[in-house]
Design a protein around this ligand. Sequence first.
Ligand SMILES: [Zn+2]
Length: 304
Amino acid sequence: MLNQLPQAVFVERTHCINCGSPDVIELSSGHYTDQPLHGFLAADPWGEDPLPYLQSATWSLAKCATCSQVFHRRILNEEWNERRFTMWMNAQSIVEFEKRRGAAFPRAFAAATGHLEHILRIEEMTKGVRPNDQPVRLLDFGCGFGSFIETCVNFGFQAEGIDRSIGRRSEAKVHITPTLDKIDGRFHAVTLFEVLEHLDDPSGVLEALSTRIVPGGILVLETPDCTGVTNIETHRDYLLVHPLEHINCFTNQTLISIAKRTGFEHIARAPAFALANSMRATKRLAKYALRQDGRSTQLYFRKS
Ligand SMILES: [Zn+2]
């Protein structure tokens, strides 16, 4: 039966997704039917199971010899990527996947605290581009269910979101549009939380967003840190360089370089500590003073 099903179609990325160099070296490769990848995929929650469509598919993790960017060379073509967004990852499977990331209350509390700290920083760091106390105009690109936008709106921001996933848009409490061309004007700040690693053309998206940020405005990029990952051997590797999901694999250095190439300068983030525990507050402040604050792939940039 399986071999009668259509097989997913992939397109080959022949040039580096960061610097454009054709000098790309394969780090590892395999079939989707190989272990341990097949087992990891089979254990994930899906709407429609993708595995019957991946019987003949192969993946190839590669590194640019020029700029060290790591990425998957084979990505789903537009038609199959649409199927992934609408059928494989439907609203129910996304909710189930989020549930598996840990107990609901600590996760929700940590996420909302993180959102608050971003809001405090962005308000402070955009003061120079908002004369007369204008409200912050913010775009959250790849906003998921829109929870960050909801919090921004509660703080008086004019916040809007873009998300390609129909499952996520339909479950959101705020208005979310599918593409950038549905939104007018320019923003004081644009955020991409856990988004850049999913995009077919991350440079193209950053270039397009660059034209929609006011000069001196802020860009926030957050991705998984893939430092040292060269293969899919452990579940941790799978989560970091999942060949259907995380098709671009960033480190601190490659995240800074892709942003620089698309018109952004890396800057230190303003201190923001949402805490009610003096010991932890002291530790955070000490880390900030020693410039050890923040994850290496959660970075702030200013539009040059
Ligand atoms: Zn490169």
